[in-house]
Write a protein that binds this ligand. Sequence first.
Ligand code: AP5
Ligand code: MG
Length: 189
Amino acid sequence: MNLVIFGAPGCGKGTQSERLIDRFGFYHISTGELLRDHIARKTELGIIAEKYISQGHLIPDELMLSIIDVLLDSPEVKDRSIIFDGFPRTVNQAEELEKLLVKRGNKVDAVIGLEVPDEELVERLIKRGQDSGRADDNIDTIKERLDVYHNQTQPLKKFYQERGSYRTINGSQSIDKIAEDIAQLVATI
Ligand code: AP5
Ligand code: MG
């Protein structure tokens, strides 16, 4: 089973992915974490990615898609159920993901949309910035990330609604309640 956990910056994609891994054993592909790891290791990809991430912009689709293409064939991912976190993020990425999965006899089974009002997202991210110091959790970059989300990523909701795979989850509840709602939903897929 392949799931996409979808929503704005700070909606809880990473937090709920961890719960899903513990409960159902998904392989977790978080494109944000993958890119931050490259930045920390100062790889060629990391040097390119940092320029975009620090401004709250998306890295180019072709670059992101080539990384996913390679990753899907890696031994640790092959034949596993996958949870995609932070990917796809543009309609083009979603269309290309569809092709990459079809090529491997696979598909996206459900898209779990965690819906949270913007004011709550800003509060969460500012707090995390103070606690953990993630470089893109400062007010200017947060505002840009939210703009990018509304302009480039939110149209994916309609894209997946048209395919009948979008499921809405209220992301403003407690972490435990959201995890329970998602687990119930996954049981029906
Ligand atoms: P990415 O790492 O994906 O960041 P994001 O989408 O901005 O989302 P976050 O990771 O900040 O939030 P989250 O939804 O995971 O929430 P979390 O669980 O952490 O991407 C970063 C950058 O990488 C992008 O801006 C872009 O530049 C680049 N990038 C990544 N993917 C790309 C792609 N596909 N294409 C192009 N570029 C890409 O929770 C947030 C906080 O809230 C935490 O402190 C958590 O403890 C708290 N929290 C969680 N749930 C709750 C709750 N229910 N109640 C209260 N607090 C909660
Ligand atoms: Mg995350």
